[in-house]
Design a binder for this molecule. Structure first.
Ligand SMILES: Nc1ncnc2c1ncn2[C@@H]1O[C@H](COP(=O)(O)OP(=O)(O)O[C@H]2O[C@H](CO)[C@@H](O)[C@H](O)[C@H]2O)[C@@H](O)[C@H]1O
Length: 474
């Protein structure tokens, strides 16, 4: 079965968040299961692209409105990632360093989708499935069905995965002319609330959509930044498939980014060595409990509450608790979290920025990983922390609810809280402090965490079953 994954991110080519982790892993596991899975993503001028060899497999000219665009499809020569990697390069438009936030982002993502479809069409390929991830490739199912340009491919089914339903990629109707010739009687499929909405169009036009956890499938009908009714109406097309983790990348027994590798059998010593390395980097004492946060500092992740919650907890557990933050995002949260360092220089540290290796060391060296998310479609951080024997402290939402069981319940191993509130975060940190004081109990819980299996094998099979079901009825 020939499958193309379309995504703006793919680890290690270009990563901003969890989308990259999923698209860098799922195709590899699908190839392992016998599929011919490939990723086709925009080209970025980054370390990975500079350090690997690429062949130009296709060159073409396409139109974006009145603009004629020359594009190339590059293929990574050695399939280094375990699957075929194709990059869509358009000089002057899709050849930059950052993944998001350019003023002409709408034009970039439309051109990426058109160039991909032109390539597939003109090169005579007919994939069995096109698997689009998030709104950046959300116009593909509409274009396949309702653009004259791609009539030959009109029956190729599209699976659309929603990693984050808060972002829709919406733009104004004035930009409609960027699309190739479409059936104008079908423009309603592109519309939501008076704008052209790629996420909504994808949900309407795809064969099936998936969410990255079962709970999030339902939550989208309650909270999806204005698309709640659409998700309610289209719910018969939705399936929740929990993300997995790439155990080649996230494995404490083989992780070259941590200070000391360890297995469950060497858990206590292994974690302590990593904690010492981590604490010495930030001049924190390695004998105190260490609560960490890793992530984008945005409202969805509860980043706006962290400053107050950490201040209250550090005050309450004066001199008995350490806290470490790794993240970047909203300026107010960055500022509040940076200021805290002045008040608690010995017990608090923060790194504002993105650092993959530091994230690995934190998963290995911290005792607790806090995720007070308002919205969490799946969440990978809690899965990584479980794999490294670090207790997740999470708000009960989305994938966090599906993967973290409170240690107060039978068979539980984490800490869960219900409300989006500073008080609930502080209370959960209090509970973590109590767990830490009972080290034999914490060690037992850590063993349970490390034995859990959230690898991609199971989820990759679920996607394949879904593809097969779709193909059998199409
Ligand atoms: N400053 C920093 N430095 C280093 N590493 C950092 C970092 N900030 C974040 N990361 C890393 O980025 C990834 C974050 O992944 P998540 O899945 O938790 O969130 P994200 O919101 O990006 O993804 C969305 O898509 C994923 C994938 O489907 C869903 O799990 C999730 O719920 C959804 O919001 C992790 O690998 C984490 O270690």
């Amino acid at each position: 079965m020939r499958v193309f994954h379309l995504s703006a991110e793919c680890y290690p080519v270009a990563k901003v968040g969890g989308l990259a982790d999923v698209v860098g892993a799922l195709p590899k596991y699908q190839v392992g299961a016998g599929l011919r899975a490939a990723v086709a993503m925009p080209y970025y001028d980054r370390k990975f692209t500079r350090e690997h060899e690429f062949d130009i497999v296709f060159q073409g000219l396409t139109l974006l409105g009145a603009r004629r665009l020359y594009f190339e499809i590059l293929k990574e020569r050695n399939n280094t990632l375990g699957f075929e990697l194709f990059l869509v390069k358009i000089p002057g438009l899709i050849d930059r360093t950052e993944v998001y936030c350019y003023p002409d982002e709408t034009e970039q993502f439309i051109a990426y989708q058109i160039a991909f479809l032109d390539w597939i069409n003109w090169s005579g390929q007919t994939p069995d499935i096109i698997h689009c991830h998030d709104h950046h490739s959300g116009l593909v199912p509409f274009l396949l069905q309702h653009s004259n340009a791609y009539k030959r491919l009109g029956k190729v089914p599209v699976v659309f995965t929603i990693h984050n339903g808060q972002y829709h990629g919406a733009f104004s109707w004035e930009k409609l002319h960027y699309l190739p010739e479409i059936d104008l009687t079908k423009t309603g499929l592109l519309d939501w609330a008076g704008g052209l909405n790629p996420l909504a169009a994808a949900v309407k036009c795809c064969a099936q959509y998936t969410t990255v956890s079962p709970s999030y499938l339902h939550e989208l009908t309650i909270n999806s930044n204005g698309l709640e009714y659409l998700f309610y109406i289209e719910r018969h097309k939705g399936t929740g498939i929990l993300n997995g983790i790439d155990t080649d990348v996230w494995n404490p027994a083989a992780d070259s980014m941590i200070a000391s590798k360890y297995t469950a059998a060497r858990l206590a010593q292994g974690k302590q060595k990593n904690k010492e390395a981590l604490c010495s980097k930030f001049q924190l004492s390695s004998t105190l409990p260490l609560v960490a946060f890793i992530g984008r500092l945005v409202h969805e992740k509860g980043a706006d509450m962290l400053g107050d919650a950490f201040e209250q907890s550090l005050k309450m557990h004066n001199g008995r608790l350490n806290i470490l933050v790794l993240g970047a995002g909203d300026k107010d949260s960055e500022e509040a979290l940076t200021q805290l360092k002045v008040k608690y220089p010995e017990h608090y540290a923060v790194f504002i920025g993105y650092d993959e290796a530091l994230a690995h060391l934190i998963y290995a060296g911290a005792d607790f990983l806090l995720m007070p998310s308002r919205v969490e479609p799946c969440g990978l951080n809690q899965l990584y922390s479980l794999r490294y024997g670090t207790m997740p402290v999470v708000r009960s939402t989305g994938g966090l609810k599906d993967t973290v069981k409170d240690f107060g319940e039978e068979g539980g191993y984490g800490i869960r809280f219900e409300k989006v509130a500073v008080e609930d975060i502080c209370y959960s940190i209090d509970r973590a402090m109590v767990v830490y004081e009972n080290m034999p109990q914490l060690q037992k819980l850590r063993k349970i965490m490390m034995a859990l299996d959230f690898s991609w094998d199971r989820s990759a099979k679920e996607y394949i079953n879904l593809y097969e079901r779709i193909i059998s009825v199409s």
